[in-house]
Structures are given as C-alpha cells and as structure tokens.
Design a protein around this ligand. Sequence first.
Ligand code: UGY
Ligand code: MN
Length: 247
Amino acid sequence: MRQSFGETRSAFHRRHALISPDSHERVTLPAWPGCGLKHLITPALGADFSLFLVQADADATIAAPESGVERFVLRQDGAVSISIDGHDLQTLDHEGYAFFPCDCEHQISLSDGARILVLERRYQPLANAALPEPIVNKISTHEPVPMKGDTRLMLQKLLPSGDGYDLEINIMDFAPGASLPYVETHFMEHGLVLLNGGGIYRLEDNWYPVDANDAIWMGPYCPQWFGAIGHGHARYLIYKNWNRDPL
Ligand code: UGY
Ligand code: MN
C-alpha cells in the first residue's frame, strides 16, 4: 500500500496498535550480535510480550533469552538452524518454526541475510504443570481445520495444548470474502502479523485497510473483527496468552 509523503498507516491507541512497514525502526541489541532488529510490539505499548523482526547482517549465533522468558521463532528467509541443549543443528526450512520454553538452553544460527520473526514473553508457570517441551516443526505439517464449522476460515495451531503451555500461536487463513463470525472482545491479548493478502481489520471503533507485513497489537478487551477482501486468501499468524486464569 502506498504512503503519501508525511503520512503513515501506523496507528496507536489505548487498546490496539497497527504497525505498518513504513514506520519500522531498526535497532541493534547486545543479545543479538550481528543482527538488526525491528520491534513491532513491545511492553512499552502495554503488551505482555515482544514481537520483532530480525535480519542477520553477518553470520550470527544467538543465545537463549534471560531466565523465565519463552521464545517462538518463525523462519522467513535464508539459512536458519537451531540447536537445543547442545544437540546437533536442525535446519528450519520454508515456514519452519521453533518454540523454546523458558530456561531451555539453545542457540539460533543465522547466515548473513537470514530473516526471522521472534516472539518472546515471560512464562506464567502453573502449579503442578510440567514445563512445556521445545518444538521444531513447520506450518505445513498441521492440517488446517475449519474455524467454528466455516470452511472458508481455516485454522492451524502451531503449539500443543497441554497445561504447561501458557500461549497459543495460530495461523488463520481466510478465503476471499470470509470474515470472523462476530466482533470478538476477550481478556486475552493478541500479536498478529499478516503473512499474505489483506482486508479490513476492525480494532475498537476503527476500521483499517491492512496488507501483508502489517502487524497488529490487540490489547485485552479490544473489540476485533476481520474481513478478507481482495482476490487472494488473507492469512495471518496470531499469538494469544492462553490457558491461564485471568485472576
Ligand atoms: O483466537 C482468536 O481470538 C482469534 N479468532 N482472534 C482474531 O482473529 N482476532
Ligand atoms: Mn481474538
């Protein structure tokens, strides 16, 4: 989508934000040597997580985050491999992803130019629930299932649903003309990245045209609805905090 001079589609409100690529800001961080980072969603907005894009400017090796932080990584481009607990490197290929529970010793190896999407948040432990297992997989291994019986709106859950997991990361695929069945409002929050296609996103009382590579933060109780318009499918990756009592 073209921007006029001095304008942006990015918008920041109390319960939501739309972050369009024209307003990405590149930074470096000590924990990501040799990489440029573009933070899309951070706790500074009010979110309980960070969602950011990473591009390696040289071959880079990245260590696990600080204790208590869980991490999800989706390969976007280039050579990306991971090692867990000192085991052999495993390569992430097309739409490959990895989930590292908190305190899971691991390394991410990125070749020069490789790109990944990263989500990190502080784990919410649950008494008597074992820590979740690390996962290395790819999106295409999950059979899409219709959401609420509508075959024009397909869902893939990338993480298992055991008690140890305190988050969901899903892929939602909308056929042209499909929409969410109602305006959702819930206590969970979302981080969303549009992977393909576009449509209209309702966030609180605003309606936004959205396109591939846009990111959205939906805070708790943000009224939300999406309708896919255009010729192709619209498809997004969506995080939500999950499986934990809101008290
Ligand atoms: O899982 C969800 O809450 C999802 N249906 N929300 C959304 O797509 N905005
Ligand atoms: Mn929702």
